[in-house]
Design a protein around this ligand. Structure first.
Ligand code: FBP
Length: 551
């Protein structure tokens, strides 16, 4: 137990009175949701539900005569605040009945299938509250999808006599939560299913959720490190630092970090996709900035690269799609081949001609990284693809050409960084500690109310914590039909950066200035103790995205 942990566990997360005194609050029905008929058809039992709002003075309260039995699981990547979600559920269900029980399934969704679990106790919660990581329960990326998986869940839930089950996960996990709740209703199970929006990527934001928990803490860690690197660049004046930032698809993390730290360049994948820029064009743009800075005597700089970039560059997107199909069809044979060269040769012969050409033009390391194992959701392991090195390699060639043409007279020396795992398990900021605790309490409210197929959400996040509103949003209302692997599927779509939104527009307005002169902003480390101006900050990009469709 370090001094920090000892002091931090005394922090009492804050929330509105509706949540803090859950037993005196009630859920009231809000607006009805209109949905795509094709989605409704897939969810005959759980579609048509309305938004639920938590209020006081409704007459019927959530306090109960009988204890609740609730289960929970972490699903997918770690995000700061997970332990406070569990704390919120635990405290919430014990407020509505003091003998309620919370069971945590260990190792992610596979823990349900294997029925591996622990009972959450006040001592455990005291030890884990306000700490980062998911180590209380562990996590995993097993996908609960098949009828067989759902039947096992129903059996395990019945065995534990669960009134409710809470899935703390991202877009895929909450999509699965919607299907699981429909399955359980259909099979006559009494267990209600609730989702909680988790992911540092913040790609669950939109009309129904303002952000997911974990984003704030992760970006604040990255921003501190970017600012430190910027100070080093400014001092030594000899390196370009290429910093790749986690965020599987959307560039929310890079955008927020850019607004926080003012780098010389911040690439935003969504803009590159909109403009249909090829790798060559991206490199040309970067080379122009570097040459202009060199002309002004500046041979150092900070370039932010979103992890998902590579999937947004048209020719590489096409290559990845093609590779995914070929790898899926020939997986067994590929696995039997010894060595990377043999695998690449085999794949190259089966790819479309353009894709084979794109693959061959990439450095060997990137080729190897692109064919690595997919996760259970079929995603390329983007955190292992060193896009920043690819950019540097191409940039060095381009700058060499420009030098021989007399258009560049600088010196290009570089360093690379990948910021991802450094921030994913940091101790949650006050914002994330409060927000995730409130999400847990909201999930407890939905469980106590006996509502299934809802996402626990909290709104008004840029306002004082005491005014936040707890809302249950029907999961089915978040689903849209999408064509995946040749089939129409109902999914919660990841929310990408809105290029018309105020956050991106601010970056677009300021970036020429950041590119030509150094205007680095030093955020400092996350502060956990001290004045509210330091400890109670809210992500900058939330202020401009604070549009909520819940009435
Ligand atoms: P989730 O969407 O599951 O929250 O995961 C987000 C993330 O942190 C991404 O930013 C990153 O690409 C990925 O997880 C890394 O996954 P892994 O933990 O499997 O290395």
């Amino acid at each position: 137990m370090t001094e920090f942990l000892a002091a931090r566990r005394e922090y009492q997360p804050r929330g509105p009175l509706t949540l803090v005194e859950l037993e005196n609050s009630g859920l009231v029905t809000g607006q009805a949701i209109t949905m795509d008929d094709r989605v409704t058809a897939l969810f005959p039992r759980t579609s048509g539900q309305s938004v639920l709002r938590l209020t006081r003075g409704t007459g019927t309260t959530l306090s109960r005569q009988t204890p609740l039995r609730v289960g929970c699981v972490f699903s997918g990547g770690q995000a700061p605040g997970g332990h406070n979600v569990v704390a919120g559920i635990f405290e919430g269900i014990r407020r509505v009945h003091r003998d309620s029980t919370l069971i945590g399934f260990v190792g992610g969704p596979s823990g349900i299938l294997k029925n591996q679990n622990i009972e959450i106790t006040p001592e455990l919660m005291r030890a884990y509250r306000n700490t980062g990581g998911f180590d209380l329960l562990g996590t995993g990326r097993t996908k609960l999808e098949s009828a067989e998986d759902f039947a096992t869940c129903a059996r395990v839930f019945a065995q534990h006599k669960l009134d409710a089950f809470v899935i703390i996960g991202g877009d895929d996990s909450n999509t699965n939560a919607a299907f699981l709740s429909e399955y359980l209703r259909k099979s006559g199970s009494n267990t209600c299913v609730t989702g909680v929006p988790k992911t540092i990527d913040s790609d669950l934001r939109g009309p129904w959720t303002e952000t997911s928990f974990g984003f704030d803490t992760a970006v604040r860690v990255y921003s501190e490190l970017i600012a430190n690197i910027a100070k080093d660049a400014l001092s030594g004046k000899k390196y370009y630092h290429f910093i790749r930032l986690m965020g599987r698809s959307a560039s929310h993390i890079t955008l927020e970090a850019a607004l926080q730290t003012h780098p010389n360049v911040a690439l935003i994948s969504e803009e590159i996709a909109r403009d249909g820029k090829s790798m060559r064009e991206i490199v040309d743009d970067l080379a122009r900035v570097i040459a202009a800075r060199a002309a002004a005597g500046l041979n150092h700089g900070i370039v932010l690269v979103p992890e998902g970039l590579i999937e947004f560059v048209p020719e590489i997107r096409a290559l990845i799609d093609d590779l995914n199909d070929v790898i899926a069809t020939h997986k067994d044979y590929l696995d039997s081949l010894r060595g990377f060269t043999a695998q690449i040769e085999y794949l190259a012969g089966r790819l479309k001609r353009e894709s084979a050409g794109t693959l061959a033009a990439l450095p060997l390391d990137i080729q190897r990284q692109l064919i690595m194992d997919r996760d259970p959701h079929g995603n390329v392991a983007l955190s292992r693809i060193e896009t920043e090195k690819l950019l540097i390699e191409l940039l060095a060639i381009r700058l060499g050409e420009m030098k021989s043409e007399g258009h560049y007279h600088g010196k290009f020396a570089w360093q690379t960084h990948f910021l991802g795992y450094e921030g994913r398990c940091a101790a949650p900021t006050n914002f994330d500690a409060n927000y995730s605790w409130c999400l847990g309490l909201t999930a407890a409210a939905l469980a106590a109310g006996g509502h299934t197929g809802y996402l626990a959400t909290v709104h008004g996040l840029t306002n004082p914590v005491e005014t936040w509103q707890a809302v249950g949003v029907p999961l089915v209302s978040m689903l849209t039909m999408e064509r995946r692997k040749g089939k129409d599927k109902a999914v919660i779509r990841k929310t990408l950066v809105d290029l018309n939104g105020q956050a991106f527009q601010r970056l677009a307005t300021l970036r020429d200035e950041w590119a030509s002169r150094d205007d680095y902003r030093f955020t400092g480390p996350i502060q956990y103790f001290g004045p509210a101006t330091l400890v109670d900050r809210v992500p900058l990009s939330l202020f401009s995205n604070n549009t909520c469709a819940v009435e």
